[in-house]
Design a protein around this ligand. Structure first.
Ligand SMILES: Nc1ncnc2c1ncn2[C@@H]1O[C@H](COP(=O)(O)OP(=O)(O)OP(=O)(O)O)[C@@H](O)[C@H]1O
Length: 256
């Protein structure tokens, strides 16, 4: 079943800048779809539109068959739970004044009606945070630390744990590995892959890095100057019919 449908979506900031041009694609439940493109191709614009942070006049965004941004309050609340986001800069997601466990537990505090399947009944809020830390490969002793005492990779793991704590239907990752060292990038991709396999969660992975996208995603969409110039499944990556821009990205990333 299609979880997210984007139909003929366009976005203009002013008369001169058309950030997105009639883009259309579908994301099916359980899929991991990558959006790849260089700087200025419209990736962040698309991510902001998915979160309901940008208005639009042309086209449609449907999530679970409901128009985005939703119209009424209860739909907005449901939507805020169902779509979670991971950003390039994990620091901005974590309150520097709170110990990690308190930041981790925030989404669950906001959605008290949710009892995630991974939570053992009757455990304290702090123990829930510790279980979440272990799910993303961190020691539970990290719970009492502050964001300033964590490395970039550890902070990104915490922000992933926070995002998945309320079991969203869709996880949107906007350049989640862009500011990390290469070895840490691989570890974060491995973590996302592992979590996706375990939970069958749907991921939309946005990146300028075709290598990261091909590592994680089974379907890819190539954006250039706001247009979708190519879209294909991973096994079709090296086919002759790929767009010249896709071929150039593959060449530049040396993954031929
Ligand atoms: N708030 C804004 N006002 C005006 N133009 C904007 C605004 N945000 C983005 N743009 C323009 O829209 C186009 C797409 O930008 P966007 O940030 O979506 O690209 P991107 O692929 O995410 O780039 P990057 O990887 O550098 O973040 C660019 O031409 C950009 O200058």
């Amino acid at each position: 079943m299609s979880l997210l449908t984007i139909n003929d979506l366009s976005k203009s900031y002013d008369k001169r800048v058309k950030a997105l041009n009639q883009i259309s694609f579908d994301v099916t439940e359980g899929e991991c779809v990558g959006i790849v493109g260089e700087s200025g191709s419209g990736k962040s614009t698309l991510a902001r539109m998915l979160l309901g942070l940008e208005t639009y006049k042309e086209g449609k965004i449907l999530f679970n068959n409901q128009q985005i941004p939703p119209k009424n309050r209860s739909q907005v609340r449901q939507y805020r739970k169902d779509i979670q986001m991971i950003f390039q800069d994990a620091t901005s997601t974590l309150n520097p004044k709170l110990p990690i466990w308190k930041s981790l537990i925030e989404p669950l505090d906001n959605f008290k009606e949710i009892t995630p399947s991974f939570i053992t009944e009757g455990i304290s809020r702090k123990q829930v945070a510790e279980e979440l830390l272990e799910m993303v490969g961190l020691e539970k002793e990290m719970a009492d630390r502050y964001p300033g005492e964590l490395s970039g990779g550890q902070k990104q793991r915490v922000s992933i744990a926070r995002a998945i704590s309320i079991e969203p239907s869709l996880l949107v990752c906007d350049e989640p590995t862009a500011s990390l060292d290469v070895t840490v990038q691989v570890q974060i991709l491995q973590l996302l892959e592992e979590l996706q396999k375990k939970t069958n969660m749907t991921i939309l992975f946005i990146s300028h890095d075709i290598r990261a996208v091909t590592y994680l995603c089974e379907k890819m969409i190539v954006l250039k100057n706001g247009y979708i110039v190519d879209s294909f499944r991973l096994e079709e990556l090296y086919q002759e019919e790929r767009h010249s821009y896709t071929k150039a990205l593959i060449k530049a990333a040396a993954i031929e």
